[in-house]
Design a protein around this ligand. Structure first.
Ligand SMILES: Nc1ncnc2c1ncn2[C@@H]1O[C@H](COP(=O)(O)OP(=O)(O)OP(=O)(O)O)[C@@H](O)[C@H]1O
Ligand SMILES: CC(=O)N[C@H]1[C@@H]2OC[C@@H](O2)[C@@H](O)[C@@H]1O[C@H](C)C(=O)O
Length: 363
């Protein structure tokens, strides 16, 4: 067996997903999965750390310590579902928590106390997967297209895998074995923000609130004029751009709009920005497979299928539950690190070449 654990806590800031996976023989066999939600205080602190604030150096370090405890709990929960012990696992691939992503300034920061995680779980930890790609002139994101290519590409067919997390990104898997991909823009981040503000809920379950509203076309048109959407790839984004102030600036001329109509419009912003990217970069794709929490939003899924005119399915159809995909990808990146194989696709990130990604914290 070639066992790895992948941990992913993404831009939604809701918690950490973990998987235990066996890469023996080149396949990826998931043996266990767990999700550990973050308590409200940690979520709020991680949200606050997305932008400049007082004493952030110390606060980041303390948040990193707390994260390590939740990550270690997630590792313990996946192991508890099997007969496996820490010594059976070759490494934990831990994404960490993105608190800044500024590749144009030469850095991206995923916080987490990786030394503490190694100490707490007694397994080698591989972390900081994005920095080397940025050092080589790349965006450092998205990284999952390399994993999607390795697992899901089919000769002679174009497939698209789209992740709709806080931010949305696509992987275009071409029939010739090559892959491209980039961040298309907001996934759930703006919808989550809006429903939290108006209803105190973490997200719009199944898009039901959006479905009760009507799209405000002038607002949608204005938001689609955001320059990011027209930028050529390679490109990546995050809460650094799509934050509350961005939303408030867009909404300022629409102060009297009904909240459910705004939610319908934000949902359609995600649909159209994704659909435009797919139509432009994969016009002949036969199917689009969705992972990330957006796969559980029926309104988003149906509207995307209408917009694209091709089947839109969850990645369950590829044998991977949508909420496990990214954790699986970071287990795979740890495996690539251990084998000293490249983890990035320069055609995706724009790096000068292939690089081994990650840094090791031995157990
Ligand atoms: N049942 C559901 N109905 C609607 N939306 C849902 C549902 N379940 C999850 N989501 C959405 O998915 C989000 C979480 O998605 P996910 O865990 O893929 O994000 P992430 O990994 O944190 O983000 P990223 O991929 O950008 O790093 C939630 O915040 C919510 O908006
Ligand atoms: C800097 C950062 O954390 N980026 C995330 C984020 O969440 C989705 C999208 O933006 C993607 O670029 C990336 O995550 C996935 C795992 C990736 O690197 O492919």
């Amino acid at each position: 067996m070639s066992l790895y654990i992948g941990l992913m806590s993404g831009t939604s800031l809701d918690g950490v997903d973990g998987v235990l996976v066996d890469f023996w023989g080149g396949a990826a066999r998931t043996m266990a999965a767990a999700y550990v939600p973050f308590p409200p205080a940690l979520r709020e602190e991680l949200m606050a750390l997305q932008a400049a604030s007082p004493n952030e150096l110390e606060r980041e370090a303390l948040a990193a310590n707390t994260l390590a405890e939740y990550y270690a709990q997630c590792v313990a929960e996946v192991l508890a579902q099997t007969e496996m012990k820490p010594a059976d696992v070759r490494a934990v691939g831990s994404h960490g928590q993105t608190i800044r992503h500024r590749p144009e300034l030469g850095f991206t920061r995923q916080t987490g106390n990786h030394a503490l995680l190694a100490e707490l779980c007694g397994i080698d930890v591989v972390a900081d997967f994005r920095s080397r790609d940025v050092a080589a002139g790349g965006q450092g994101a998205p990284l999952v297209p390399a994993f999607h290519q390795a697992m899901f590409s089919v000769p002679g067919k174009t497939r698209v895998v789209a992740n709709i997390g806080g931010i949305a990104n696509i992987s275009v898997l071409r029939g010739d074995g090559k892959a491209t991909g980039f961040d298309t823009g907001p996934g759930n981040v703006l919808m989550d923000k809006w429903i939290a503000r108006h209803q105190g809920k973490a997200y719009d379950a199944d898009g039901a609130w959006a479905a009760s509203g009507t799209v405000i076309q002038p607002l949608l048109d204005a938001m689609l004029r955001e320059p990011y959407f027209a930028l050529p790839a390679p490109k990546s984004t995050g809460r650094d751009l799509f934050h509350g102030d961005w939303l408030d600036t867009q909404l300022a001329p629409f102060a009297s709009a009904a909240p459910q109509d705004v939610q319908a419009t934000l949902t359609q912003l995600t649909v159209l920005s994704l659909a435009q990217a797919i139509k432009e970069h994969a016009p002949r794709t036969e199917a689009v497979y969705i992972c990330g929490g957006g796969a559980y939003n029926g309104v988003l899924m149906r509207n995307l299928a209408v917009e694209l005119g091709v089947p839109v399915e969850s990645t369950d159809a590829l044998g991977v539950a949508p909420n496990r995909m990214e954790a699986l990808a970071f287990a795979w990146l740890a495996f690539r690190f251990n084998e000293r194989l490249a983890g990035n696709l320069p055609a995706v990130t724009g790096a000068r070449g292939e690089r081994v990604l990650g840094a090791l914290y031995p157990r």
